[in-house]
Design a protein. Structure first.
Lengths: 247, 519
């Protein structure tokens, strides 16, 4: 299996360790992973702001970079949501449709495609609060959202439960949005920051040492909020835990 | 899994500023009020936190929701109460949902009934009109707000009516009905407690179900002291509720005419249904001899049998209660009375023709999307500066005025919780996203945003330029002094720390460590 690794712009720039963990984890599971050098972004920042035409060149570049792989995998739910559900600024050729359909977020790829049943190298003896980003929760359907009358399931929880020593805590509002929201975080910064303060405080009250998520963008925002109001909580991407990070 | 240590304290009702359902418990057998601690305690500080006011309206200029929301957050007692009170409603809604095994089927059914009705609206409207007329109801048609107001004024004039009691109606808010009535010299008295508070304070409702939910009881005390002459230092909820009742009941008894809205209109029976918790619509409809009902044309359902689906969903979604206290059916005039129905379009037909937005007409105005919206809960409904606030407002308001409400679809993180709680399955967050595209296409977004997005699109589609920009940003973040990063121009850094730039990007790590293996 040949996997194209998509490292979204903010992970590349600010959280290289998340990209490295994703790469090493997929290799550890026995797959050939290729990182196309000319990748930048999926176009989501412009699209979410309503500027669809401004995404066209970026989307075209994405398709040039990721055409021909068995799968494209990214450690970021909102980017994958964009590629899969909203990536329509360019003509929908068979090639474009193919790339869109083969693009997966890391958790669903591990859970649904690779069906990984053990991470024997992983041990994380800490209390963690799981943050499901809204894009993974309600768009990619990583887990049952609290609004719906459906049986409970949680793909990230399934995976993390296979990690030795991990202990989960449950915040009072487990799937309330943290307020990142892409460009929302700067265009509506007061509400965004307040939501972030409330989110990290909720996890801290529940006793979390770490907030773990499949979306580093939410965590980047939450970390900024926690540092500003002095909430002593740490942040880690799910790829890092599954790849065996100890802290 | 450990349980949340503070869950036992997480009781939003403690912050409830309005009379709650447990009021009866407070009455002792001998008729004296139980002087319990919550109602009687007064804050130690001398002045209560002032109520943050809503968005500043400047004619047709785009409403600045961001500015108003920031002021709401800057009033922490109001923001905390508002957030917790509405989250409490959301939790109660969840509890009710879990008591109904077929909940998701009900939502699907309600959505299908509404979509069917809306796609056959002309037929059902005519069926309703014919049946209502044969029941003795006078049926009027209003193309827009102005025609609605003129028709109602005409009916009132025909009867020489000078005062009108009415129950809460978002449609009349849409029509600017109260200001119009004031201009023609007819006194309007709201009978819903929350709406009456808002009327006395000369403020719009901030929520479609709980119109004064943004007010603390100290705010209500201030309004009543100013308008009803109550003791400004007394914010006891019983005292305030009784003072309002004492002042309002004589006006209700003396009114010349009554007005209600309608929650549902049944085509097959020519009847309509009004749901309230205070019974105030029944006062409006039954005390005076003349009853006028103003109804949006999207309120139709085909059969009486369809009603049960919506009644089961409405109050559970809205307040987390199984049903409203009153579900009143009106089929014809009372003996010696007159019943008029005004069917109002006011932009609805046009909305029905919008491919991406017509399903917003399925809305039954339960407010569940507002209660669950994390942005709404922290901004207050008045920050939207429009008749409809919260998620449903973001997709309805621009249909009335795309320029004035052009900022609203951006007041969302697109988290999608609104769509999941919607009892008629409106894809609210997808319509918010679609409105952003639509507003950009109509050139209703600020130029600065446009320039920034064009620049982003250009940079992100050119790998070499992009790499250079990342490197420069890293150098900047690593070396700039703090006061340069955390200034007023940096929206990220105003209330948050910026990310710590790592020693190298993933890109450069990969190049250094996996140089040979690339495409």
């Amino acid at each position: 299996m040949r996997i194209g690794l998509f490292i979204p712009c903010y992970i590349d720039a600010f959280f290289p360790e998340v990209g490295i963990a994703t790469l090493k984890l997929l290799e550890r599971l026995g797959h050939e992973v290729v990182y196309p050098r000319d990748q930048t972004c999926c176009g989501q920042p412009m699209a979410n702001a309503g500027f669809n035409a401004e995404c066209a060149d970026t989307e075209a570049l994405f398709v040039r970079n990721f055409s021909g792989f068995d799968y494209v995998v990214a450690p970021s739910g909102s980017c994958v949501h964009h590629v899969r559900d909203n990536f329509d600024a360019i003509e929908q050729t068979p090639e474009v449709k193919e790339v869109r359909a083969r693009t997966y977020e890391l958790v669903e790829f591990l859970h649904d495609i690779l069906k990984v049943d053990a991470f024997p190298w992983a041990r994380f003896p800490h209390r963690v609060g799981l943050h499901n980003s809204c894009g993974t929760l309600r768009q990619l359907k990583h887990a049952r959202p609290s609004e719906l009358h459906e049986p409970f399931y949680s793909k990230p929880m399934d995976l993390l439960s296979k990690v030795e020593g991990i202990e989960f805590v449950t915040p009072a509002r487990p799937d309330e949005c943290c307020g990142f929201g892409g460009t929302f975080s700067v265009f509506e910064e007061a509400v965004s920051a307040k939501m972030g303060y409330d989110k990290v405080s909720d996890h801290a009250r529940a006793g979390a040492e770490y907030i773990v998520s499949a979306d580093m963008s939410c965590l980047m925002h939450q970390q900024g909020c926690a540092e500003r109001i002095g909430v002593p909580i740490k942040f880690i991407h799910i790829a890092q835990i599954l790849n065996g990070a100890s802290a | 899994m450990s349980t949340h240590p503070e869950q036992s304290n997480d009781d939003g009702s403690k912050l409830h500023p309005e009379p709650v359902a447990h009021d009866d418990d407070a009455m002792l057998r001998d008729g004296r009020r139980l002087d319990h601690a919550e109602a009687a305690s007064k804050p130690l500080r001398s002045r209560p936190e002032e109520q943050p006011r809503g968005a500043k309206i400047r004619g047709n200029r785009p409403v600045d929701q961001v500015e108003a929301a920031a002021r709401f957050i800057a009033a922490p007692e109001h923001e905390k109460m508002h957030d917790e009170r509405l989250w409490d409603l959301r939790q109660k809604r969840d509890q009710e949902m879990h008591g109904i095994p077929e909940w998701e089927e009900l939502r699907t059914l309600a959505s299908a009934i509404k979509e069917h009705t809306l796609t056959h609206l002309d037929e059902y409207l005519e069926q309703f009109e014919a049946n209502a007329r044969s029941n003795g109801i006078h049926v009027h048609w209003a193309r827009d707000a102005a025609e609605h107001n003129r028709i109602v004024h005409g009916i009132l004039s025909d009867h020489g009516a000078k005062s009108l009691i009415k129950s809460k109606s978002m449609l009349t808010e849409e029509c600017g009905f109260r200001p119009y009535m004031a201009s023609v010299g007819i006194e309007v008295i709201e009978t819903d407690l929350g709406e009456r508070i808002q009327q006395l304070d000369n403020e719009n409702p901030s929520h479609v179900v709980v119109p004064a939910v943004h007010k603390l009881r100290t705010d209500v005390a201030e309004v009543f002291a100013r308008t009803l002459g109550t003791d400004p230092g007394n914010s006891d909820v019983h005292y305030l509720a009784e003072a309002q009742r004492e002042a309002n009941r004589p006006l209700i008894l003396a009114a010349d005419a009554g007005m209600t809205g309608a929650n549902f209109v049944v085509a097959e029976t020519g009847s309509f249904v009004v749901c309230t918790n205070e019974g105030n619509a029944d006062l409006s409809a039954n005390v005076p001899k003349l009853h006028i009902a103003s109804i949006g044309i999207e309120k139709l359902i085909p059969r009486l049998g369809d009603l049960a689906v919506f009644i089961r969903l409405l109050s559970r979604s809205a307040l987390g209660s199984p049903i409203t206290q009153y579900t009143s059916h009106f089929r014809g005039p009372r003996a010696g009375g007159e019943l008029h129905v005004v069917l109002v379009d006011n932009g609805r037909s046009e909305r029905l023709g919008m491919a991406e937005f017509w399903t917003s007409l399925k809305c039954i105005r339960c407010g569940a999307c507002m209660n669950t919206c994390p942005v709404y809960r922290r901004s207050g409904g008045l920050s939207y500066g429009a008749t409809y606030s919260g998620p449903i407002g973001l997709i309805i308001d621009p249909t009335f005025n795309a320029r004035k409400y052009s900022n609203l679809p951006f007041a969302s993180t697109l988290n999608g919780s609104c769509s999941n709680v919607c009892p008629v399955k409106i894809n609210i967050h997808e319509q918010i996203y679609a409105w952003r595209r639509e507003l950009v296409n109509q050139h209703e977004v600020p130029l600065a945003k446009k320039i920034a997005m064009k620049a982003a699109g250009a940079l992100l589609s050119r790998p070499a330029a992009y790499r250079a920009a990342i490197a420069a940003a890293h150098v900047a973040l690593a070396h700039l002094p703090r006061f340069v990063i955390y200034n007023r121009l940096n929206a990220w850094g105003k209330h948050r720390e910026v990310p710590h730039p790592p020693k190298q990007t993933f890109h450069s790590w990969y190049k250094a460590n996996r140089g040979g293996n690339h495409e």
